[in-house]
Structures are given as C-alpha cells and as structure tokens.
Design a protein around this ligand. Structure first.
Ligand code: PRT
Ligand code: ZN
Length: 288
C-alpha cells in the first residue's frame, strides 16, 4: 500500500507551537503544501502527511497511532500520560510549570500548600508533585485564565505555565516552586514500522544538521603566508582551516567555521595578526 511509505506527523493547528514546528520542518528542507486551514496537509518534497490538531489532542493521537509522530509541549505529554516515546527535545517553546501564590504572602517551603486550594489546568502533574512532597492540598481544575483565580477568591494559589513571568507579576502573584521545565518535544508511537523508522531517522538527521549550523559562521579572510599558523590557531574550525593561495604572492585566503559568539572575541586578534578582508557568512546546514 502506498500510504505505508509515508510518515504522518501531528502538529498544532494554531498557537505557540505552530510556527516553530513548521519552521523546524522547513529548516530540514521539508515544505508543506499551503492551503486553507485544513485538518490534513502534506509535504511537497518529503513523504510526510501533516495532521493539524489542538495541542491537547496530540499525545493521544500519537499514542493511538493515528499519527506516527508529533510535536507537542513536554507539559502535555506529562499531563496526558499517554504512551508515546520522546524522540527529541526541540529547544523551542521553553517554559516551566510552577506554583505561584499572592505576592503579599510570605513563603518558606512547599508545606505552605498544605490545606490550600490550588487552581490549575495541569491537575495530573500537580497531583504527582504534591504526592511526592507529601502535601495534602485541594486541586481546583480550570481550563483557562488560571492566573486570575486567587484575585477573585477562587483559589489560594495557582499551578501554571510560566515563561517570562510577566503574567504572574500583572496578577500580583509570585513564583515559589518550579515543578518542571518544559519545551517542545518530538514524540513517536511506540513500535513504528521499519519503513517509518527510516523516514523518522532521515528527518532527525536533517533537523540535526540544521540545528548544528545554528550559531555557526563560515569565515573567510586574507592573511600573509607567514602568519597562517598563528591565525589558524585562533580558528577552532571543524577540522583545520582551508588555506588557498591568492594571486598576490605571499598572501593566502583562510576559510573556517567558528561559533558566532567567538567571532567578536577573536576579530581583534585576527586583525592584529595581519588578517584582512574578513568575511562572516551564515551557514544553513552542517553535515559531520
Ligand atoms: O488551541 P490549543 O489547545 O492547541 O493551544 P493552547 O492554547 O492550549 O496552547 P498554547 O498555544 O498557548 O501553548 C502551547 C504550548 O506552548 C504549551 O503547552 C507550552 O508547552 C508552550 N508554552 C511556552 C506556553 C508558554 N510558553 C506560555 N507562556 N504555553 C502557555 N503560556 C501561557 C501561560 O499559560 C500563561 O498564561 O503564557 C502565560 C505566561 O507567560 P509569561 O511569559 O507571562 O510568563
Ligand atoms: Zn491546548
């Protein structure tokens, strides 16, 4: 069957994960057929089918095998407790799940929460945490605007996603316990077929190559021949730098790959050593 040779990914229809999920696929050279907001789409140049879902539905869809893989927040994976394999941490949509209380309250330790009413959209994760800490508290599950609960007398505290912390501040709350960090993860159905595993491997290889290139620059410079060794030592490249003769006698061109953040550190040293015409170029992909 033809569909056997395709892999199906579930990604968020709209919301915080959508754009970065599509961007990650594009960096891996996989472009989606653009249409209206349909439920299913496909890739132009990779045997990939895309299922657009609410993030809450992604863990179960992947666990059931309706989608082979999915991109979702680790927080949803932890909350839903569906059986999925976490294949890769993706480094975007980073946040944390934290307990917060009114700013005016004094706080010593987690025993503060004994007998308190805590509002959250993540009752499962919270329950596990309280159990581990031996705290008996009341969990009040609400689906949105958790942060307003203490202000309107609906709860004593909240357990919610925190990113910059500004939502807490504007609701006069303070973060007192970080329960778990979260970020987008790539999940897969346990027991993928060999064909689908091979497609997943190919995707991972591409994602990694694009990831590796981030923050790296390709740098080119001209230098007097007698300075090649000194300058090479300043350029920790993939292997040793490429050295090519220039038309002008006694001069060479050096090429190397460096971390973006060391670029400004070494630029002065390179110039002092006689380097000229220094160029820094972004790198798209890096295959080791
Ligand atoms: O419609 P659908 O159900 O698909 O989307 P959703 O509304 O449930 O989720 P969405 O798009 O808001 O978030 C998707 C995922 O992004 C979450 O599951 C997290 O893994 C991740 N993420 C990263 C965040 C945040 N950062 C975040 N800041 N999810 C939510 N927030 C909210 C948080 O709930 C709180 O209200 O932002 C507020 C806090 O932000 P700060 O910056 O003020 O601290
Ligand atoms: Zn959701």
């Amino acid at each position: 069957m033809e569909t056997q040779n395709k892999i199906r990914i579930a990604i968020q229809t709209k919301g915080r994960l959508n754009e970065d999920s599509i961007k990650m696929l594009e960096e891996a050279g996989i472009y989606l057929v653009k249409g209206k907001r349909q439920l299913v789409s496909s890739a132009k140049n990779f045997p990939l089918e895309v299922l657009f879902l609410r993030d809450d539905d992604i863990p179960q869809t992947v666990a059931d095998g309706m989608a082979d893989i999915g991109i979702v927040g680790l927080n949803e994976v932890m909350e839903k407790k569906e059986e999925v394999d976490i294949i890769q941490y993706l480094g975007f949509s980073k946040c944390r799940l934290s307990l917060a209380i009114p700013k005016s309250e004094s706080y010593e330790d987690v025993s503060y929460f004994s007998g308190k009413k805590i509002a959250t959209s993540y009752p499962v994760i919270l329950k596990d945490f309280l159990k581990e800490k031996n705290i008996d508290a009341e969990i009040h599950e609400i689906s949105g605007s958790v942060e307003i609960a203490p202000g309107i007398g609906l709860a004593d505290a909240i357990f919610d996603i925190v990113s910059s912390g500004s939502t807490l501040v504007s609701n006069r709350l303070k973060e007192v316990e970080v329960v778990t960090p979260s970020e987008a993860v790539l999940v897969a159905t346990p027991g993928l077929s060999d064909e689908k595993k091979a497609l997943l491997e190919e995707m991972l290889f591409r994602i990694e190559s694009a990831e590796r290139a981030k923050g790296k620059k390709y740098i080119l410079l001209n230098a007097p021949e007698e300075k090649v060794e000194e300058i090479s030592n300043m350029l920790p490249g993939m292997k040793s730098p490429t050295v090519m003769p220039l038309a002008e006698e006694g001069w060479v061109s050096l090429h190397s790959v460096i971390d973006e953040n060391v670029f400004w550190e070494i630029i002065g040293k390179l110039k002092a050593a006689g380097a000229q015409g220094i160029l820094s170029i972004p790198i798209e992909k890096m295959i080791m």
